[in-house]
Design a protein around this ligand. Structure first.
Ligand SMILES: *[C@@H]1O[C@H](CO)[C@@H](O)[C@H](O)[C@H]1NC(C)=O
Ligand SMILES: *[C@@H]1O[C@H](CO)[C@@H](O)[C@H](O)[C@H]1NC(C)=O
Ligand SMILES: *[C@@H]1O[C@H](CO)[C@@H](O)[C@H](O)[C@H]1NC(C)=O
Ligand SMILES: *[C@@H]1O[C@H](CO)[C@@H](O)[C@H](O)[C@H]1NC(C)=O
Ligand SMILES: *[C@@H]1O[C@H](CO)[C@@H](O)[C@H](O)[C@H]1NC(C)=O
Ligand SMILES: *[C@@H]1O[C@H](CO)[C@@H](O)[C@H](O)[C@H]1NC(C)=O
Length: 325
């Protein structure tokens, strides 16, 4: 009996030691148990300049400790990147590689399973990507409320979607499968690991997140050719790209056609009026929209949001693609 107790005591203290050890782990050490993530681990090992972003201690001096979740691209993601790009991810200039990594660091350590069931607001998640080049916006009160305090919403966001929501702008049943939406409307799939390391968690993604680009280059990737033409004719592209903190409501090519092709026929002045009317003076994530909300536009008019059984509307225009970052 006594020796059994002794044994029990030993195994207990062993468990405690082990869990302390687990909590103090660097990300690199924590990745050891995950062969499918070995390429990311060696990317970190070969780039010591990336590692300061992932030290075991928070160096940001914020009053609330900054907890993180790292979205770790799997070996499959590395292979897919290699197929699509030359040079390989490791060959990117170090500032760009750093930006890519920053975009994969979420400023929350909410377990992924909780995000599946979280309110839509909590699925807009700020990251450590803060440079102006990729992030000319600040979060504002609503985003801060749903993340962890003052300034926490200022990093560029990713948006967690369930598959169903992405296919159609009306909500359907949540299945527990998660997509992470990044720049240029590109998504990757997330596998829930809830792996633990010193500063929070890590999850696996099957592709690299795409860094956000300016409004005009993003709209070119979304087939908004009439809008692009209108911006060129009004000579507004560069102005728009340098406006911080805005949301562009981009009419589809069909919408331009239905309006009689103003991108080709209207004067530059008329186009300027129309385009500034389509630009809201704050970042507006669909997840936060409420029926009856009013937004101010760059033309200093207002636009009203309707949320009803058939969808979401800005005035009478129906939203057909949400959250193009
Ligand atoms: C954190 O605070 C210390 C001491 O107040 C200061 O030396 C250091 O530069 C600060 N670090 C950052 C990242 O602000
Ligand atoms: C971000 O906004 C600032 C302030 O208007 C502007 O000077 C800067 O050029 C913008 N950066 C980008 C990449 O658009
Ligand atoms: C950006 O918009 C948000 C939301 O309206 C606002 O709270 C924030 O102050 C704005 N940031 C800047 C730099 O204008
Ligand atoms: C995510 O999963 C979907 C289907 O489940 C697949 O079509 C898509 O290619 C995956 N995305 C990536 C980036 O692998
Ligand atoms: C914007 O419109 C409001 C209300 O119509 C007006 O009070 C305000 O002066 C306008 N601001 C600018 C900058 O024109
Ligand atoms: C929803 O609102 C839009 C915009 O006001 C309107 O066109 C549409 O008919 C409404 N749908 C329903 C079912 O009321």
């Amino acid at each position: 009996m006594r020796s059994f107790r002794l044994l029990l005591l030993h195994s207990l203290s062993f468990v405690i030691l082990l869990s302390d050890f687990v909590h103090a782990q660097t990300l690199i050490d924590a990745l050891d148990g995950y062969p499918a993530l070995s390429e990311f681990k060696s990317l970190l090992e070969r780039n010591p300049n990336l590692v300061p972003l992932l030290t075991t201690e928070d160096i940001s001096n914020s009053s609330s400790p900054n907890r993180l979740t790292v979205l770790v691209p799997s070996n499959t993601a590395f292979a897919a990147y290699r197929d699509m790009h030359d040079p390989d991810i490791a060959g990117l200039p170090s500032t760009e590689l750093q930006a890519v990594l920053q975009y994969h660091i979420l400023t929350t350590d909410t377990p992924a399973i909780d995000l599946v069931t979280a309110s839509p607001q909590r699925r807009v998640i700020p990251t450590e990507l803060r440079q102006e080049q990729y992030n000319n916006r600040t979060g504002g009160a609503e985003l801060e409320k749903s993340s962890s305090g003052a300034g926490s919403g200022d990093g560029q966001v990713v948006i967690f979607n369930t598959m169903e929501e992405n296919e159609n702008d009306r909500k359907r049943q949540i299945t527990g499968k998660l997509e992470v939406l990044s720049g240029l409307y590109k998504s990757v799939n997330l596998t829930i690991l809830d792996g633990v390391w010193a500063r929070g968690l890590f999850q696996m993604v099957d592709g690299f997140l795409t860094l956000p680009e300016t409004c005009t280059s993003t709209m070119k990737t979304q087939s908004l050719t009439s809008l692009d033409r209108a911006l060129v004719r009004a000579n507004l592209g560069s102005t728009l790209d340098h406006l911080p903190n805005v949301t562009c409501i981009g009419p589809t090519n069909e919408a331009f056609e239905e309006a009689g092709g103003p991108d080709e026929t209207a004067s530059a002045e008329e186009l300027t009026d129309a385009l500034t009317f389509h630009t809201l003076t704050e970042p507006v994530y669909t997840n936060f929209l409420r029926d009856g909300q009013i937004f101010t536009t760059v033309s200093n008019d207002t636009v009203r949001v309707t949320v009803n059984d058939t969808g979401i509307y800005f005035n009478d225009a129906k939203l057909v693609k949400r959250n193009v970052i």
